[in-house]
Design a protein around this ligand. Structure first.
Ligand SMILES: *Cc1c(COP(=O)(O)O)cnc(C)c1O
Length: 462
């Protein structure tokens, strides 16, 4: 059903520009250029109102694991809405969808994570983390343990607490910082590795955490929060030596490990969770995005037995919750999404078919004269664009300009990729077939060639 049947593309763009403030957007620039109006989705494809087709290489915003337009989810939500459209989960009540989803999540997530606190987004999940870790240490009689250590280029959402936990300097500059958050260097070998091998650098970057704990005092540190692979920060895939060393430090020192699985969860890295891929054993595990494949907003925090026991046994009332925590329709969407993922073996398909095939193409893109590094894990990857391939340290002037240029070429070629600084990143639906990956690879190759030709023309490349 079309809710704006009389509006032409130009009309939609006009009212949008007049009234709609978009997220993470330069308003003047957007209004000069006009919004792209997406009308329809099916599988890995999107169509705009002018009938142009795009391959959705970002799975929406890292979330549509099963692709667009699955009728079963619409039907499940419809059934739920006609039965119980809404009720809350405060005040000693629950409903079947929330109860069932909590059981399914306890089954699917790594061992030791058996409770969930529902939220409507990843940001709210990380606000929940912020409150729960401090509450946990208070209940254990250690109220001085307040500081949460995050990483530069980390992304944990856009609410006040979540943006503070993240390490995006621009966000901090616009809103100020929340006290009690500290950031360390991320395991981004391509930028920070210098003369170290990736393996040496992985250990060095992990020991940044140990140095920070020493500096801040272990009695003041509550937790370390990190994505298994940093997504919005540019798909920073840590060297294999990084996570074992972080896990060692978190176990030896008296702090909680919070693993933000909002992107890596639900199959993205080739296992159900990034925590499975890297053997992380999180104390708290925020989830969202792929939980419902984005069909309706829902997130949550998976809580380990270690934390749950304290919060349940030692605590009184936890003064925290959202009106829509465990919303029935959102739970129904998530349940149906997870049913599809299990029945159709979407994670196995990603691990055994789609990811190895795209990774092979990725390695070939690594040979392109514009690409300084091609990295990918599961179905999430980045291509670092550089002016002088033999010298890894050289960068383009005006960081971000070439990334944006390449992103725009990609859109023009009918492929949605994203530019982060001067890298092109990708995170496609997990259900992609080999034929679809072939189609996508062609568009990526053309995008690299177009960008290279333009940079040559501008004299910005050797
Ligand atoms: C997107 C994201 C969030 C925030 O989720 P929202 O649903 O946008 O609030 C948190 N953490 C990570 C790792 C994300 O990628």
């Amino acid at each position: 059903m079309n809710h704006a049947p009389n509006l032409s593309t130009a009309d939609i763009q006009r009212v949008d520009a007049a009234h709609h403030l978009h997220p993470f957007t330069d308003y003047k620039a957007l209004n000069a250029e006009k919004s792209r109006v997406i009308a329809r989705g099916d599988g890995i494809w999107l169509w705009d109102t002018d009938g142009n087709r795009f391959l959705d290489g970002m799975a929406g915003l890292w979330c549509t694991q099963i692709g667009h337009g699955r009728r079963e989810i619409a039907d499940a939500v419809h059934r739920q809405m006609t039965e119980l459209e809404y009720y809350n989960t405060f005040f000693k009540t629950t409903h079947p969808a929330a109860a069932k989803l909590s059981e399914v999540l306890a089954e699917l997530t790594p061992e030791g994570l058996n409770h969930v606190f529902f939220t409507n987004s990843g940001s709210e999940a990380n606000d929940t983390v912020f409150r729960m870790v401090r509450y946990y240490w208070q209940l254990l009689g250690k109220p001085s343990k307040q500081v949460i250590i995050g990483r530069n280029y980390g992304y944990h959402g856009s609410t006040v607490a979540a943006s503070a936990l993240g390490g995006m300097a621009g966000m901090h500059a616009q809103a100020g910082m929340v006290p009690g958050v500290h950031h360390i260097t991320p395991p981004y070998w391509f930028d920070y590795g210098g003369d170290m091998s990736p393996e040496e650098f992985g250990v060095w970057a992990a020991r940044e955490l140990e140095r920070a704990i020493d500096e801040l005092g272990e009695d003041n540190v509550a937790a370390f929060i990190a994505e298994p692979i940093q997504g919005a920060g540019g798909v920073l895939i840590p060297p294999e030596t990084y996570w074992p060393e972080i896990r060692r430090i978190c176990s030896e020192r008296d702090i909680l490990l919070v693993v933000d699985e909002v992107i890596c969860g639900f199959g993205r890295t080739g296992n159900w969770f990034g925590s499975d891929t890297y053997d992380l054993k999180p104390d708290l595990m925020p989830i969202a995005k792929g939980l419902s494949s984005g069909y309706l907003p829902i997130g949550g925090v998976m809580v380990s037995d270690r934390v749950a026991e304290v919060v349940i046994e030692k605590g009184g009332e936890f003064y925290h919750g959202y009106t829509y925590s465990g919303h029935p329709a959102a739970c129904a969407a998530a349940l149906e999404n997870l049913r599809i993922m299990r029945d159709e073996k979407v994670v196995e398909h990603c691990a055994n078919e789609a990811a190895p095939y795209l990774q092979q193409k990725w390695a070939e893109f690594g040979e392109h004269p514009l690409v300084g590094e091609a990295r990918m894990k599961g179905l999430v990857g980045a291509l670092e664009l550089v002016p002088n391939k033999p010298n890894r340290a050289e960068r383009f002037d005006n960081v971000g300009q070439v990334g944006t240029m390449a992103r725009d070429f990609s859109f023009g070629n009918g492929l949605i990729m994203r530019g982060v600084r001067d890298a092109l990143i990708i995170s496609p639906p997990l259900v992609m077939t080999r034929e679809e990956i072939d189609q996508m690879a062609k568009l990526i190759g053309k995008t690299l060639d177009d960008t290279y030709a333009e940079l040559k023309k501008q004299g910005r490349i050797g």
